[in-house]
Design a protein around this ligand. Structure first.
Ligand code: FE2
Length: 240
């Protein structure tokens, strides 16, 4: 029995190039938001209200280093539960997710996939031919592995042995894009991703990643501690 297509919104934060995703079941109007940012909280809450959605879960793909999560603010406004990987050491979430967990909304489920490597807490989320890959798999790129608990070999295996086992036509929606791309597919990334395409061995990937020499994210010192509390920073003089 085929269900109504999901309500799907891809939202962008131009300060940190972060994508936030709002997914809802059109029948029940139950919704899940993935990777909201504190800076786009009002925009996201307005959209949820305009569409008359019942926000059930707020999911973070990992403990972000580049922006503060909007999870706590959205929880206060909607009563939705915060979910993140059980590997995250966070103190704010209501639900700690494990690989394969099914997150219910309406009469549907979003499936949590453990995809560590960029951080230990990285998860991807799968539903109905969409996969939300956070900073694990980016369009023609990958998350970095040079801070937090980054591990290049672990990242390679999460992408090659987990994400790349999804059907080739699965649509890939990443946590960021810095060049204006909005989505890809597993099949395209297997062929075209310069870091993890099928012809690249793990040794090639490790070599590439060790040569990146990236600057630290500007906000890592404020973002990581705040995100370990699901962005609940009101006790510490939240930005006005
Ligand atoms: Fe990240």
């Amino acid at each position: 029995v085929s269900k109504n297509p999901l309500i799907f919104h891809q939202l962008f934060d131009k300060e940190t190039y972060t994508y936030t995703y709002l997914i809802a079941d059109p029948t029940s109007k139950d919704a899940i938001i993935i990777d909201p940012t504190i800076d786009t909280y009002e925009r996201d809450l307005n959209l949820i209200r305009e569409l008359q959605l019942n926000l059930k879960y707020i999911l973070d793909t990992h403990i972000h280093a580049d922006h503060i999560t909007g999870a706590s603010q959205l929880k206060k406004a909607t009563g939705a539960k915060i979910g993140i990987s059980h590997n995250s050491l966070a103190s704010g979430p209501d639900t700690f997710l494990k690989d394969g967990d099914q997150i219910p909304f309406g009469d549907r489920f979003m499936t949590a996939l453990a995809t560590p490597g960029h951080t230990n807490s990285c998860m991807s989320f799968y539903i109905d031919g969409y996969v939300f890959t956070g900073d694990t798999l980016l369009i023609r790129g990958t998350g970095r592995t040079d801070f937090q608990e980054g591990n290049t070999s672990t990242l390679y295996n999460s992408i090659r042995k987990k994400l790349f086992t999804l059907p080739d036509d699965t649509r890939v929606y990443p946590g960021h894009d810095y060049s204006g791309h909005t989505s890809s597919t597993i099949g395209q990334e297997k062929m075209l991703n310069p870091r993890v395409r099928l012809e690249n061995t793990e040794e090639v990937f490790i070599q590439m990643m060790s040569n990146l020499k990236l600057d630290a994210p500007k906000r890592i010192r404020e973002a990581v501690p705040a995100n370990l509390k699901s962005g609940n920073i009101s006790l510490h003089g939240k930005k006005e």
